[in-house]
Design a protein around this ligand. Sequence first.
Ligand SMILES: *Cc1c(COP(=O)(O)O)cnc(C)c1O
Length: 394
Amino acid sequence: MKEKTRLVHPPRVSPPDDNPPLVAPLYQSVKFEHDTVADTLRALRGEREGFFYSRSANPTTRQLEQTLAAMQGREDAIVCGSGVGAIAQALLGLLKAGDHVLCFVETYAPTRTLIRRTLARYGVRHTMLSIEDDAGIERVLKGTPTALVIFESPTNPAMRIADIGHITRLARAAGALTLLDNTLAGLHQHGDTDVDLFLHSLTKYASGHGDVMGGAIIGSTALIRRLRPEFILMGGVLDPHAAWLIQRGLKTYLLRYEAQCATAMRVAQFLEAHEQVERVHYPGLARHSRHELAARQMRHFGTVVSFDLRAGAAAGDRLADALKLFAIAASMGSPESLIIPPGLMGPYDLPPELNALSGIAPGTVRLSMGLEDADDLIEDLAQALEVAVAADLT
Ligand SMILES: *Cc1c(COP(=O)(O)O)cnc(C)c1O
């Protein structure tokens, strides 16, 4: 072979079968070959194992799919390029014109927009309630034929808790599918419920380091088999390198999540006792309106703590400016602690009567715990609260 040819066809090095790498390799390859046309056709027909093209399947993303399904206590998963990609994919894959969706005011804003604008354009109708409106949920599911219930628990940022058993019982009886965006609760929670499909933004706790985006749809073999063909057509795949980073992040997932929850509890208790704080939104506090339900449904209460300042929205923004350890940044589940102050909480895209149900006050502040020492974070909050409120007095 001449030089150019040799460069394109380098030698292959595979360890022997009894000498595997401890960390799974990254298959950064779009294509996989078979020796013969006949073998290729057999693989494409699913008559033999094998990979062909990474938009359909790749060993690295497949490993992540299997890891996530096992963590969530379901059979299979589809990984996508982002959490929102997973939500859009699930909605488009499950719904058709004329279908009715039950969704909630407290839901992640892009999910609401997908339902209210994009799906509406395709003739999908919806009803939007508060996640705490148990009677309304019963009324809708008993009175209106419904294809899908999409919800979250805890909600972001109000940290409200859905009564998952109530929703799944009524949905099952009505023949509606349930889709739980379980991002805030995490991959190790709610698997023991009767939820049909789970959604996750892997950008948060799964990756855990704030350096990669991804999303997942997790459910039974039958439901994932139903969704996969259109997923392959729409093409929002996760790159193998991103999948490999997320797989790496998952090794410390539980340790990080537990540590961040422990910090969240301490921060929530500190804020609850602070005279400038009107209200703390954290399901781990006994005063939370659904603390007992949360304690029954959850192993951990979450890493996000929201609170309302007595001094209002401007003080919340000053608090963010005065904090040294909490970065003013989107998202959660990073090693760094983060804050979304009132000035960045919107924009509100809902009519005022729905907005009023959302549980977000003008002065609501959202904190997401990182991996710093809890003592340092509390000290930082104490000094910043003093600065934020002192400005009001001058
Ligand atoms: C962040 C988030 C998403 C979106 O995930 P991306 O990876 O940012 O696209 C969806 N749902 C919830 C609850 C989230 O917090």
